[in-house]
Design a protein around this ligand. Sequence first.
Ligand SMILES: Cc1cc2nc3c(=O)[nH]c(=O)nc-3n(C[C@H](O)[C@H](O)[C@H](O)COP(=O)(O)O)c2cc1C
Length: 177
Amino acid sequence: MESIHSLITARRSCRKFTDQPLSKEQVELLKKAALLAPTSKNNRPWHFIFVTDPDIIDALSTSKPHGASFLKHATMAVVIIADPEKSDVWIEDTSIAATYLQLSAEDIGLGSCWVQIRKRMSDDQTSASEKIKQLLNIPSCFEVASIIAMGIKAKERPAYTDADLMTDRIHDNKFQQ
Ligand SMILES: Cc1cc2nc3c(=O)[nH]c(=O)nc-3n(C[C@H](O)[C@H](O)[C@H](O)COP(=O)(O)O)c2cc1C
């Protein structure tokens, strides 16, 4: 197990995966990680759909015109949804769960990448969320927040170094111009 600091330094978005399947243990660990994510008032407004069917993953990869096509080659896609009626901060709750999933994936040596769905259109008329809800039989009360692509990394990307950090974004005590 890695320290959280080495994990956040090493994690990079991975959009290329090998054909190797994930083990049952890896998938179980990721499911638990999602369910361990904290939520406001412990409301837990989210659900997670773990998609491994290649035809469904293929369909998800066309849910929006930009930034989702790489999903086609992912081994697993975790679709994160929530019921906005269950929590006024469902966006925060689903985002934290997405981060838990990505860091847990890194911890067990897997690659991952976030695919934004909320606020994205599928085409001129339909939102990406609506398209995915139809595809996955998701009840109308839910919104789709994001999809996390997962798989065994086909290529390692360099970890971040101190030179990558925007240190001017950190302020001590008061905002410094
Ligand atoms: C809220 C959010 C939405 C993102 N949406 C997409 C997306 O739709 N498609 C994609 O390929 N990457 C997406 N990404 C990945 C970012 O492009 C990536 O995290 C960023 O370029 C920094 O690179 P790194 O993850 O390697 O540190 C998203 C990341 C975040 C946090």
